[in-house]
Design a protein around this ligand. Structure first.
Ligand code: NAD
Ligand code: GLY
Length: 369
């Protein structure tokens, strides 16, 4: 019996593409309609390759399928590792008609997308995300790139995929910490735009932590639907799309401080969303009860509730100053006007921000306000 497959569309005119969500897709789903030439280069890493590479190769019958296996880790999301993709493409003589395939989490997805945006001035690519975070967020929307030692995701391009293929079965091999990191981004959608989904998450969060299929499929579908909607309205982040960065300005500061890979992106976003809710309360935008709901749902996803132990408010201020949302030196943050209604604002009260930073820096716990 064929499993049910759910499908969404990211509506972007000539760059429109489907998101296909289901079970048992790897090894069974024919992706050749999305490949325009004869050549395919699958980019994956040393952790994911032994698990899923063979199945994914079978999704391209009749094509020349080559692979490049990268080292695993956020710290390899850099120029040197990106160059390995170009080395393989050139050594295997891939033409400008080649299609790149990202098989893995957000690191592989962002790097492969960026390689596709650059190789021979741009070739198509396919996203096959295998972490929860990449299935609900990074594989959709066309943001691609690498890190710079001075800032995360600072070098990159917008480049939309041809298709996103999400096999929820691949999550069964994911370590629990990575599941929680992905749940941070799922919770984000409830907080920024959809209180009904937030209520559903409050009922189902334990089922999601336990990787129960039915709940997972629904959470991934709702998350992708929210992201597809926002991206269709504002592909290049002229305004609205910035709400997808709730918690990310605090989170990026944590990731950069801790050293790429020591805190997972989703873990940092989880703490960052708590900090955004805390500041929203201090700025009189949400109630104490709203703040408590945010803290509680993030905690129930088993995400950390404080910044790294050695991190100070001054570290936050220094690292947040290089955020991409900042304009002309003024700090711009995503806060909550209400639950389900994120707002982008540069009206940040410095004293209240300081109070939030102190509250989440364990090192300064004695100074909490
Ligand atoms: P990741 O890519 O590092 O994957 C996490 C770990 O899980 C890795 O060790 C990976 O090898 C392993 N893994 C992947 N799939 C697996 C599976 N099915 N079973 C077992 N192990 C598996 O991390 P991530 O959380 O997927 O992505 C984080 C990255 O995504 C960050 O670099 C972040 O900046 C980026 N990101 C990008 C966007 C965007 O819009 N482009 C959005 C959010 C995050
Ligand atoms: N993850 C934020 C964005 O895609 O815009």
């Amino acid at each position: 019996m064929r499993d049910s497959v759910r499908q969404l569309t990211v509506d972007l005119g000539e760059r429109t593409y489907p998101i296909i969500i289901g079970q048992r897709l790897l090894g069974n789903y024919d992706l050749t309609p999305f490949v325009h030439g004869k050549q395919v280069m699958i980019v994956t890493n040393e952790t994911v390759a032994p698990l899923y590479l063979e199945s994914v190769q079978a999704c391209f019958p009749g094509k020349q399928v080559d692979t490049v296996v990268l080292p695993d880790g956020e710290r390899f999301k850099d120029w040197q590792t990106l160059n390995q993709i170009f080395d393989h493409l050139l050594e295997m003589r891939h033409s400008r008609k080649t299609t790149l395939v990202a098989l893995g989490g957000g690191v592989v997805g962002d790097m492969t997308g960026f390689a596709a945006a650059c190789y021979q001035r741009g070739v198509p690519f396919i996203q096959i995300p295998t972490t929860l975070l990449s299935q609900v967020d990074s594989s959709v929307g066309g943001k691609t790139g690498i890190n710079h030692p001075l800032g995360k995701n600072m070098i990159g391009a917008f480049h939309q995929p041809e298709v996103v293929l999400i096999d929820t079965d691949s999550l069964q091999t994911l370590p629990p910490r990575e599941v929680s990191a992905g749940l941070a981004e799922v919770i984000k959608y409830g907080l920024i735009r959809d209180t009904e989904f937030l209520g559903w998450l409050e009922r189902k969060i334990e089922s999601l932590v336990a990787l129960e299929t039915e709940a997972l499929v629904e959470a991934i579908y709702q998350s992708c639907a929210c992201k597809a909607d926002v991206v269709a309205l504002d592909e290049r982040e002229g305004g609205l799309r910035a709400i997808l960065n709730l918690g990310h300005t605090f989170g990026h500061a944590i990731e950069t401080f801790a050293g790429y890979g020591n805190w997972l992106h989703g873990e940092a976003v989880g703490t960052g969303m708590m900090m955004a809710a805390d500041l929203s309360l201090r700025q009189g935008m949400i109630s104490e009860e709203d703040r408590a709901r945010v803290i509680r749902i993030v905690e129930r996803a088993n995400l950390p509730g404080l910044a790294p132990s050695a991190m100070t408010p001054e570290d936050f201020r220094r690292l947040m100053a290089v955020d991409k949302k900042n304009v002309d030196g003024s700090l711009r943050l995503v806060l909550l006007g209400a639950l389900g209604d994120a707002v982008v604002t540069d009206e940040v009260d410095t004293l209240k921000l300081d109070a939030t930073l102190r509250a989440f820096c364990a090192f300064h716990e004695g100074e909490n306000t």
